[in-house]
Every structure is written in C-alpha cells, then in structure tokens.
Design a protein around this ligand. Structure first.
Ligand code: NDP
Ligand code: 2IT
Length: 452
C-alpha cells in the first residue's frame, strides 16, 4: 500500500470514530467528512500531521457552552429558548464567528458552523480562531422590544464566556445590526466596560467598521471574479442566480451589478423572485432591511419585470453564475444537474455549506469552477478582524481603505487555494485547496503549542 492509501485508511477510521462520538449531528458530520476526505495527500506528505491526536483534537471543540434563555413577549408570556456558544479552536487567535438566531439551530448545526469557521478564519491570514453560537429563537414577526429582551437575556449568560481577547461573536442568520446593538448594550451594562472589540458588526459611530455589512457579499463576488479570471473570463455581461434576500444576498447582488453582471433572482423560505431586468437592490433593501418584509412584496412593487414563484427552486432559473447565499444544503444534486444543464460556469458559496456533497461532486465533475464557502464567504469575518484592529487602535478607516484590504484578502485566498490545489495534484479543485491550506496553518500552530 502507498503512504497515501495508508493515510486514507487512518482518516476513514477517524471518521468512523467521529460518527460514533457525535450521533444525531448530521451537519457537523457532513462538514467533518468534507474536510477530512481531502486531507490524505497533505497528511501523507507531511508526517508530523499524522501525529496521534492532532486530528482528534481538531474535531473536538475546546469548549461548548449551552444555556437557558428565558424571555417575555409583549403580552407578558414567558418563552424559553436554548443558547449555544461553541469555542472550537483558538490556536490562531481568539475564537471568532457569528451568532445565528433561527428555529433550526441545535448543537450539531453550531458545531458544523464552528468547524468550518476554523479553516475559513485561517485562510484569511489574520489572527482569529474559530467559534460559532446562536439560539433556536425565531426573530421573524417579533417586535423590536421582544428582540431586545431576548438579546439582553442571551447576553446575560454569554457575557461570562466572551471578551476581546477571548471570544468575539458577530452576526449570522437572524443576527444583524439591530441585534448586535442590543447585545453590545447589555454586555457594556453588565461588565461596566467600553470594550468595543468584544463584538463585530457594530453600528457606524460606535465602533463598527465601514464595509462590514457589505463584506461577505462583496467578497463572494470578488471570489467568483477571481475564479473566472483564472479561466480567462470576467463578470461583465454575466447573469447570476442568487438565493436568499438577507445580508449576504443583498450585497452579493449589489456587487454583481457594480462589476457589470446582473443578478436575476433572490429568495426566502417562502419562494423566489425572477426579475428579468435584474434585481433592483435599492428596492430589495427597502423591503427587507427597512420594512423587514418578504420577497413577494418586492415582486409586487417592482412591476412587470418581476414575478414571485411560491416554493420551487431558484436553481431552475438559467444563468452563467450561481451564488447560493441563504443556508446549508439549499443546493442539492438535482439542482446542480439543472445548473450544469443550463450552462453554469461558476458557483461561489456566499452561505455556509449550501451545496450538498453530491452537488459539489457533480459540479466539479462537469468542470464548473466551484468556490467553497470557507474561501468564498471569508470576506465577512475578514472585515470583522479588521474591525477588531480598528477598535484596538481606537481609530476608524475609510470605506475605500477597508474595501481595498477586502479585495486583497479575497485575491490572496483565491491564490492560496488555487496554488495549494496544484501542489497536491488537484488543479482547479478549490475545495481541496481551501481545506488543505486552512488545515496547514491551524495544524502547524497546534503542533507548535503542544498537546492542549
Ligand atoms: P440573513 O438572516 O440576513 O438572511 C438569511 C436569508 O436566507 C433570508 O433570506 C432567509 O429567508 C434565508 N433562509 C435562512 N434559512 C433558510 C432556510 N432554512 N430555508 C430557506 N431560506 C432560508 O442571514 P445572512 O445573509 O447573514 O446569512 C446567509 C448565509 O450566509 C448563512 O449561511 C450564513 O451562515 C452565511 N454567512 C453569513 C455571513 C455574514 O457576515 N452575515 C458571513 C459568512 C457566511 P427567511 O427570512 O425566509 O428565513
Ligand atoms: O459565517 C461567518 O463567517 C459569519 N457569520 C461572520 C463571522 C464574523 O465573525 O464576522
């Protein structure tokens, strides 16, 4: 047997062990499989990575915090939600990653997101470890006062576990500027400290960075542009299908338009909108960010160019590019086959793990340029780290400076993934490139810091 096949067998055993230890956590197991399955070449080439216990430590969070979050609605009724913070790996810096408020949140979902975050944050080249948190609280239809009381109760427990040098949460699904404001207020009140760097995604004027709201979507488009450049193409004149209509989707659509491409869809959990003229991002912002409405309202107001399709799959709409920007496993094998049939050239994952493993395989086999989330959507957390740097220096940078840094970081991530894939005999395979490059950086730090 070759070294690589011995390594493969060892990794397979490890995966079986991980399955036994983490029953009923399908999303975490999916994420662990996806990473470990690509590591054989690097573990075979670098014997230090085969050291007993290294990968076992990597798949086990350093700390997991689970807590009760009681709160009262506007009628005085008491609700009890669950709060989570998984502090996965701090070899490269304080735990860093968002908070998700969505009814589907459970420990397995937070562990999958935290695990992905380790490698994503490593790829940015900045000093941030990996973590993730959230709650099964559903903010849809809740008043501002209810969201505030929930956030205050959540932070009343979370504050014990976070800090600018320890763990720095930010937003994710269901957590945006409003929630970060309420969370920061409660942290400040309880601790009696102005500790700006404890949360990122703060408002402008009280420690937030310019371009943080835009960063994930802009970065995902820049990653798509870099993949196209590699193939001698650019974004000019390309059409795109985008899913979601939240933070990532909105700024993905905005950047596509700015670079000469045209997003013809957006969606939410009720259905999708096709807009032949291209999505009007200002109208979408008004409906979603100001009024907290739904995409069917966008279609009603937009006039004859747009129609709302209840349910259905946004991936049925033909386009040159696909940028899934809603949630995990939203793009399955059937959807991937439809995209390929319709001639898609590149897929850039704005969301975390939106494509299923079968979909990724099919797209790659068909020669589609595929940018995995841990590379393509790293712009958000990268600008969060730049927000931390600004907070630490008690300064704030211009939008132009932050955008320039973001573009550099996204191009560097693209180059790193591309070159790493070539180095390990997988040219054009950004999944392998991202996993190995992220792994090398974290594993080297863990080995240097001893068995902890
Ligand atoms: P938002 O809450 O702003 O928007 C989420 C969007 O996705 C909404 O349109 C929502 O529709 C839709 N959606 C969420 N869950 C589901 C579901 N189960 N089925 C169908 N649609 C769904 O979140 P973000 O835009 O911030 O996050 C989107 C994705 O990007 C997530 O995967 C997140 O982890 C990832 N991400 C976010 C970053 C950030 O900086 N915010 C950074 C990197 C990645 P509805 O309102 O109907 O639920
Ligand atoms: O998935 C992600 O990278 C985020 N939700 C952003 C995390 C952050 O700390 O900005």
């Amino acid at each position: 047997m070759t070294t690589r096949s011995v390594t493969r067998t060892t990794l397979d055993h490890l995966l079986t062990e991980i399955e036994h230890r983490n029953p009923a956590q399908p999303e975490f197991l999916q994420a662990a499989h996806e990473v470990l399955e690509t590591l054989a070449p690097v573990v075979a080439a670098r014997p230090e990575y085969a050291e007993p216990g290294l990968i076992e430590r990597l798949v086990e969070p350093e700390r997991q915090v689970l807590f009760r979050v009681p709160w009262q609605d506007d009628k005085g009724r008491v609700h009890v939600n669950r709060g989570f913070r998984v502090e996965f790996n701090s070899a490269l810096g304080p735990y860093k990653g968002g908070l998700r408020f969505h009814p589907s949140v459970n420990l397995g979902v937070i562990k999958f997101l935290g695990f992905e975050q380790i490698f994503k944050n490593a790829l940015t080249g900045l000093g941030i470890g990996g973590g993730k948190g959230g709650s099964d609280f559903d903010p849809h239809g809740r008043s501002d006062a209810e969201v505030m009381r929930f956030c205050q109760s959540f932070m009343t427990e979370l504050h014990r576990h976070i800090g600018e040098h320890t763990d720095v949460p930010a937003g994710d699904i269901g957590v945006g500027g409003r929630e970060i404001g309420y969370l920061f207020g409660q942290y400040r009140r309880i601790t009696n400290r102005w500790e700006a760097g404890v949360l990122t995604g703060k408002g402008q004027g009280w420690g937030g960075s310019l371009i943080r709201p835009e960063a994930t979507g802009y970065g995902s488009v820049l990653f798509a542009a870099a993949m196209l450049r590699e193939r001698g193409e650019d974004l000019e004149g390309q059409t795109a299908v985008v899913s979601g209509s939240g933070n990532v989707a909105i700024y993905t659509i905005e950047k596509l338009a700015a670079l000469g491409a045209n997003a013809v869809t957006c969606s939410d959990s009720s259905g999708y909108v096709v807009d032949e003229k291209g999505v009007d991002v200002e109208l979408l912002k008004q409906v979603k960010e100001v009024e907290r409405g739904r995409v069917d309202t966008y279609a009603e107001r937009r006039g004859s160019s747009a129609r709302f399709v209840p349910g259905g799959s946004v991936w049925d709409v033909p386009a040159d590019l696909a940028l899934p920007s809603a949630t995990q496993n939203e793009l399955d094998e059937n959807a991937a086959a439809t995209l390929v049939r319709n001639g898609v050239k590149a897929v850039s994952e704005g969301a975390n793990m939106p494509a299923t493993p079968e979909a990724v395989h099919l797209l790659q086999k068909a020669g589609v340029a595929f940018g995995p989330g841990k590379a393509a959507n790293a712009g958000g957390v990268a600008v969060s780290a730049l927000e931390m740097a600004q907070n630490h220096a008690r300064t704030s940078w211009t939008a132009a400076k932050v955008e320039e840094e973001l573009a550099d970081i996204m191009n560097n991530i693209h180059t790193t993934c591309h070159e790493t894939a070539e180095r390990y005999d997988a040219p054009g395979d950004y999944v392998t490139g991202a996993n190995i490059a992220g792994f090398e950086r974290v594993a080297d730090a863990m080995l240097a810091q001893g068995v902890i």
